[in-house]
Design a binder for this molecule. Structure first.
Ligand code: PBG
Length: 330
């Protein structure tokens, strides 16, 4: 050979060397653990399609929150399964809503834990859509998801959550203009210091399937394609993020994570705000299911999936693996 062969393998010989030259690192500090709060007492009901993930009543959720915090995970994202659903999403914004109750209890018991509140109406609406539905046949559909009237309910929900002790408001509904509407409402209510984490580029995804079982939030008719993004669009995702930043988002999110690593990378390149990515229910379920079949090594694939999200540029990762990954990193 006329030239010396480049020996990249020199630095791969031992775990010590590999660790020394590793470009991307995971720490539990970057994780957010999603939790599903349900009514009752002593309830700990496993989600069928998400082994290891539970619907928890407030008392059980507080125990779990303690465990999460002790593992070095700084934050949880709270979702609620209300006692009743209706067409005004009352359970989302009432003072004694299920997430509001959980927030008060967690603030009391685990004051250091950062509480993020997912702001959306689908879990609280009887029809399972993320906004107000008008059932009038239009040009293309039998119904319409109304944008601007929905903003008012999202703003009301955000104010109520902040009042109950939620530290970070995280709207996931994908209505246009919601970040601005929520920012104004929070400011008017005196919550000027409450940050907004926008699910800015949220794609209409088949990977949300298990979540809809966990949160009992599947739409009763139609789908979410008229408000969530088309999976084919990267430039539009950047526009969504840009608008949310203009409207006052403090942090932005791309969701799902693994099928959209290019979107995460492009967003990291373009914007300077803290960037989160949500490794969603279907991403978790897929890995769990293959591992249960003995087809992949669970822990190894779990860590590989998380490092890929980090490498793409997410500084914050929402993941159902948070606890197990934190244990491996300890
Ligand atoms: C609410 C919401 C969803 C998820 C987070 N917030 C479901 C959806 O949009 O249908 C999905 C999270 C997951 O799949 O883990 N709109």
């Amino acid at each position: 050979m006329a030239f010396p062969v480049t020996r990249l393998r020199r630095l791969r010989q031992t775990e010590g060397l590999r660790g020394l030259v590793r470009e991307t690192r995971l720490t539990p500090e970057a994780f957010v653990y999603p939790m599903f709060i349900c009514p009752g007492q002593g309830v700990r009901k496993e989600v069928r399609s998400m082994p290891g993930v539970f619907n928890l009543s407030v008392d059980e959720a507080v125990k779990e929150a303690r465990e999460v915090y002790a593992l070095g995970i700084p934050a949880v994202m709270l979702f609620g399964l209300p006692e009743k659903k209706d067409e005004a999403a009352t359970g989302a914004w009432e003072e004694n809503g299920i997430v509001q109750q959980a927030a008060r209890a967690m603030k009391r018991d685990v004051p250091g834990l950062i509480l993020m509140g997912d702001v959306c109406l689908c879990e609280y609406m009887s029809h399972g859509h993320c906004g107000i539905v008008r059932k009038t046949p239009g040009a293309n559909t039998e119904y319409e998801i109304l944008n601007d009237p929905t903003l008012e309910l999202l703003a009301r929900t955000s104010v109520s959550l902040a009042k109950a002790g939620i530290d970070i408001i995280a709207p996931s509904d994908m209505m246009d203009g919601r970040i601005g509407a929520i920012r104004r409402a929070l400011d008017d209510a005196g919550s000027i210091n409450t940050p907004i984490l926008s699910y800015a580029a949220k794609f209409a995804s088949g990977f949300y399937g298990p979540f809809r079982e966990a949160a009992d939030s599947a739409p009763q008719f139609g789908d979410r394609r008229s408000y969530q993004m088309d999976g084919a669009n990267l430039r539009e995702a950047l526009r969504e993020i840009e608008l949310d930043i203009e409207e006052g988002a403090d942090m932005v999110m791309v969701k799902p994570a693994m099928p959209y690593l290019d979107v995460i990378a492009a967003a990291r390149e373009r914007f300077d705000l803290p960037l989160a990515a949500y490794q969603v229910s279907g991403e978790y379920a897929m890995i769990e299911a293959a591992a249960r079949n003995g087809w992949i090594e669970r822990d190894r694939v779990m860590m590989e999936s998380l490092i890929s999200i980090r490498r793409a540029g997410a500084s914050i990762i929402l993941t159902y693996f948070a606890k197990d990954a934190a244990k491996l990193l300890a």
